[in-house]
Structure formats: C-alpha cells, structure tokens
Write a protein that binds this ligand. Structure first.
Ligand SMILES: O=C(O)CCC(=O)C(=O)O
Ligand SMILES: [Fe+2]
Length: 212
C-alpha cells in the first residue's frame, strides 16, 4: 500500500515535469464509512462539503452511490454533480497537500456525500495517503520548479504541524488551503472577506429586525 501511494503521487508529479521524489507519501489510513439508509433520504445531510486534507484519497465506492463533486470553472461553475459508482473502478481525489505543493496545478476536489437510498446502507472504503509529518522546521510549499514570474507562489510555506492544526480549528467542512494563501489575488481576498462577513451581517439583521 505504501508503494501504491508513492507511485500514484509520483506519476502525478511527473505529469507536471517534476521529479516523483519531490513529494513523499509516507503513511496511509483506511477508513470504512457507514451511511445508514433512511426512509426520507432527501432530508438527511450525509457529510459536509470538504476537500481532503492529504496528498490524495483512493475511494472504493459501493454500488449505492451518493458521492457528489462541485464543479470548478466552466459554465456550470459551482454546480454539484453525482459521481456514480462504476463497478470495479476506484475514485482518486486530489487532496489539499498536492494542491498547495503543485501551486494549484492540481485542484483538490470539493465533495460531499448525500444519502441516496431508503433501503441500502452505503459502505465505501477511503484510503488517505499522507506526507511525512517531519519536524517543525521542515517546510512544505509550492515547489520552486512550479513557481514562475507569470505564476508566483500562491501559498506560503508551512509545516505539517501547522497544516494538521488548520482543520480542527476551522472544522471538517471546507478546505485546509485558505490559511496559507498569499495575497497576489485581491479578488480571492475580497470574496473570502464577504464569506466571513455574511453570517455576521445576517445575525445583525436578525437582531435589528427579527420579524423581517
Ligand atoms: O463516503 C464517501 O464516499 C466519501 C468519504 C470522504 O469524503 C472521505 O473519506 O474523505
Ligand atoms: Fe473526502
């Protein structure tokens, strides 16, 4: 399994013209999820939308389905689409570490899980491949080979300790990459600020005019 993770990450790096050894995969965790059936499946929140906080995840879906992916870019930007199970196929999700290290050449897939069936439980097996934890002085970040004048580093360097702290602080929903973003892209910061302000403005409106 160790070799499988190293090889997958290595192939993805080589596709960018980078040496396969530039991002090591050292450990893996296998999680078997269980989503029980529900008589009213459309009323159940299966899992929050998130990206995976790792290098990559290999997912063996069962035949019940329910995995959804948020489209990024194009005419249907932001739309959710089903990822139907294909017998014998594995789904490979790019994780946040690969997104950061590849300087956004790879995007971590935003996904969530909806309950589909009122009869059958969904029991997928997700294997998460992770980089070495290393010490607090060992930095990860956009690989210098992928940073150019036209495409400067989009993220600052970080330690795995910092990276792993980010998710518990901000919750499972969302992504681990926002905290490391560098301010080249003003639009990104304005839209983040609006996202953060939105619930505050909503609360204030409720307080000021609760019946409106
Ligand atoms: O239940 C699923 O199919 C998705 C699980 C998942 O998103 C994860 O393990 O990160
Ligand atoms: Fe996930």
């Amino acid at each position: 399994m160790d070799e499988f993770g190293k090889e997958m990450a290595g192939i993805l790096l080589e596709a960018l013209g980078v040496g396969p050894e530039r991002l090591d995969v050292e450990s893996w965790i296998m999680a078997c999820h269980y989503y029980p059936p529900c008589p009213e499946p459309e009323r159940v929140v299966g899992s929050l939308e998130h990206t995976d906080p790792n290098v990559l995840t290999v997912l063996a879906q069962d035949d019940v389905g329910g995995l959804q992916l948020r489209l990024d870019g194009g005419n249907n930007d932001g739309a959710w689409v089903d990822v139907p199970p294909v017998p014998g196929a594995l789904v490979v999700n790019i994780g946040d570490v690969l997104k950061l290290v590849s300087n956004d050449e790879y995007k971590s897939a935003v996904h969530k899980l909806r309950i589909k069936s009122d009869q059958d439980a969904r029991v997928p097996v997700a294997t998460s491949f992770n980089p070495p934890k290393r010490g607090d002085s060992d930095l990860l970040g956009p690989l210098p080979e992928l940073v150019t004048a036209e495409k400067p580093a989009l993220y600052r360097s970080f330690t795995m300790t910092e990276f792993l702290k980010f998710r518990p602080e901000f919750g499972h929903g969302g992504s681990s990459t926002g905290g490391f973003r560098v301010a080249h892209d003003v639009k990104h910061f304005v839209s983040r600020a609006v996202q953060v302000m939105d619930p505050l403005v909503y609360d204030m409106e409720e307080e000021i005019a609760p019946d409106m």
